[in-house]
Design a protein around this ligand. Structure first.
Ligand code: FAD
Ligand code: DLZ
Ligand code: SF4
Length: 530
């Protein structure tokens, strides 16, 4: 952003509200802007060092957020709004939201600071301290871009023994009217998930992801990120994210035209060399506010009602957004700040080095981590059943893993990432979010992908040098957590199978698992990769 756009004190006198718009609040109708007065209020947007480094985000994530922020500020100015935008070069290497608010208050002496409630607990706590610190009243309207407010979720959760997503989702369907025929769900059924578990085959036609050529604003940001955050994880270029609402809308149209019809069938599939399959790649755009969650769902519903996509695709997609996305946010605000410390299994192993380097002989993990490094993206089943599953079986600290997921994905914000990682993927909350751990042996990955064909390990073997490491790790995970899991009715069958195994077979599996974990620990301190 050119220096001439920076605001001077003289340009912003007589300010009523100083409205701070955060990097994930890039929505024209966001609550802080909804009642803004063009003449008397000043919008503040700041690129700050702490947000880029509180975890060392993937380079592509920082570039995406900064570029989207700069484009958004330019759009607001084009509408005639007064915007004070501070680039990272202007705010400096130790800048934070608090330091920039303090400076702005000094510059323009507003009557009030206004900011839409932030998405993360840590930012909320910081903002709450500002009235005392800076002596200016604060107004923090709710973030109404979500279907379900934190209060509504708490009321729904109150008195329930189990918080099952499915029941919450039905309530959201009724509330929004999405895919409803009167009081009944379209097709007579709420959930078509059983139709959505097809494995992909390499001869399927794959849509190309929607790509945007970087404009000058994005190119400036790419140079900045390379210069300032060159040592962060991940490849910065090629960079092809949409950074404006207009381009994000085009990405949505592209997905509905080319991907949605098969989204349902192949939602859980994985294919070597195909990082995106029929996924929408919209999470980063929705999470910063370039697209509205309900806007996306309504377009998907229209595609179904027009006969362009089958019901299982539209329902499967809408469930992810008004079901899972809203549900994990509800859990986050219901359970923070303690939630982040939960560790049901007491897992404490360090994150393996290969989560950064992809240097592993396990083809499934190599593929998921390589594409994470290159694209700042992996689809849900890769996150849950490849990187998440391995960490669960190997007893990796859920907090270390949480930090990794928060760093490496372009769509990662704690409110959505933490419940998915700690709750869904690691069962760290002891079953609040998931009814059983998402733990699987190599057989699952072999069924849902073609990774095993190119792997150094043999998925059919459980012991021996070439055995797929996940197989023995799976049984040892069950064995060591018997007291925590055996009474779970959804785990009963697996425990019966384990108990029926011959004692020498069980001993061999446990010995193999221990050897794998020893090797993993040695590889983390410089030994040969697993
Ligand atoms: P699609 O497969 O096309 O799904 C459509 C949309 O549904 C997504 O864009 C997203 O908005 C929503 N969605 C789907 N699943 C979920 C879910 N479980 N929770 C919330 N929203 C969902 N999603 C994030 O947005 N940010 C994260 O930091 C994040 N971390 C995750 C960590 C783990 C361990 C796991 C298992 C999942 C995580 N997810 C996260 C959920 C999901 O993996 C991503 O939303 C999805 O992969 C994004 O890709 P997509 O847009 O192509 O999604
Ligand atoms: C993710 C992010 C990054 C990398 N940088 C900024 C920034 O410099 N300025 C900003 O306003 N927001 C940024 N964000 C998004 C914030 O981290 C996000 O708004 C908070 O975590 C609240 O959810
Ligand atoms: Fe992954 Fe095991 Fe298959 Fe290799 S054999 S790709 S480690 S599941």
């Amino acid at each position: 952003m050119p220096r001439k756009n920076a605001s001077t004190p003289a340009a912003h006198t007589g300010v009523r509200d100083l409205i701070l718009v955060l990097g994930d609040q890039l929505t024209r109708e966001v609550s802080s802007l909804a009642t803004a007065d063009m003449a008397r209020d000043l919008i503040l947007m700041v690129e700050v060092a702490t947000e880029a480094t509180y975890v060392r985000h993937h380079k592509k994530k920082i570039a995406f957020v900064f570029s989207a922020m700069r484009h958004f500020a330019a759009e607001l100015r084009a509408e005639g709004r007064r915007v004070d935008y501070r680039t990272l070069d202007e705010t400096g290497p130790s800048s934070s939201f608090a330091s920039e608010i303090e400076r702005a208050i000094g510059r323009v002496r507003p009557q009030r600071v206004v900011v839409t409630a932030p998405g993360e607990w840590r930012v909320q706590e910081d903002i709450r301290s500002w009235p005392d610190k800076f002596g200016v009243p604060l107004h923090c309207p709710e973030d109404d871009r979500f279907v379900c407010s934190a209060e509504r979720f708490a009321a729904w959760a109150d008195g329930r023994k189990q918080l099952r997503m499915e029941y919450f989702y039905r309530e959201m369907r009724r509330l929004t009217g999405l895919l409803m025929d009167g009081d009944e769900p379209c097709g007579g059924q709420w959930n078509f998930d059983h139709d959505n578990r097809k494995a992909a085959t390499a001869d399927l036609f794959m849509p190309e992801p929607f790509r945007v050529e970087p404009d000058q604003t994005t190119r400036d940001v790419l140079d900045l990120v390379e210069h300032r955050f060159g040592d962060h994880f991940g490849d910065l270029r090629p960079f092809w994210f949409a950074a404006t609402r207009e381009d994000a809308r085009r990405a949505l149209d592209h997905f509905i035209t080319h991907g949605l019809a098969r989204f349902g069938d192949f939602q859980d599939a994985m294919l070597d060399g195909e990082p995106f399959l029929y996924h929408s790649l919209l999470s980063a755009y929705i999470n910063v506010g370039l697209l509205g969650p309900l806007e996306v769902c309504r377009e998907v519903e229209t595609a179904y009602r027009d006969g362009r996509v089958p019901l299982n695709a539209a329902e499967g997609y809408i469930r992810q957004i008004i079901g899972w996305r809203e549900y994990v946010r509800g859990i986050y605000w219901l359970k923070m700040p303690d939630y982040v410390t939960r560790n049901y299994f007491g897992h404490a192993r360090a994150l393996p080095e290969f989560y950064w380097t992809a240097d592993t002989r396990m083809s499934c993990l190599r593929a998921a981590i390589t594409q994470t490094r290159v694209e700042a993206y992996a689809h849900h089943i890769q996150r849950l059943m490849v990187t998440g599953n391995f960490a669960l079986l190997a007893g990796i600290s859920p907090q270390a893993l949480h930090e990794w997921y928060l760093m490496v994905y372009a769509d990662a914000y704690e409110w959505v990432e933490l419940p998915n990682t700690l709750g869904m993927s690691q069962f760290g909350d002891g079953g609040l979010l998931a009814s059983k751990p998402y733990a699987a042996s190599g057989a699952y990955i072999n069924r849902m992908s073609n990774y095993c064909r190119s792997c150094a390990y043999d998925v059919k073997q459980s012991v021996g040098a070439r055995a797929c490491p996940l197989n023995a790790l799976y049984w040892s995970f069950l064995d060591r957590n018997r007291d925590k899991l055996a009474r779970n009715p959804r785990m009963a069958q697996m425990y019966r199978t384990w108990e029926r195994m011959a004692p020498d077979k069980r001993a061999a599996l446990l010995a193999k698992a221990q050897a794998t974990l020893d090797r993993l620990d040695r590889s983390t301190s410089g030994g040969a990769p697993l």
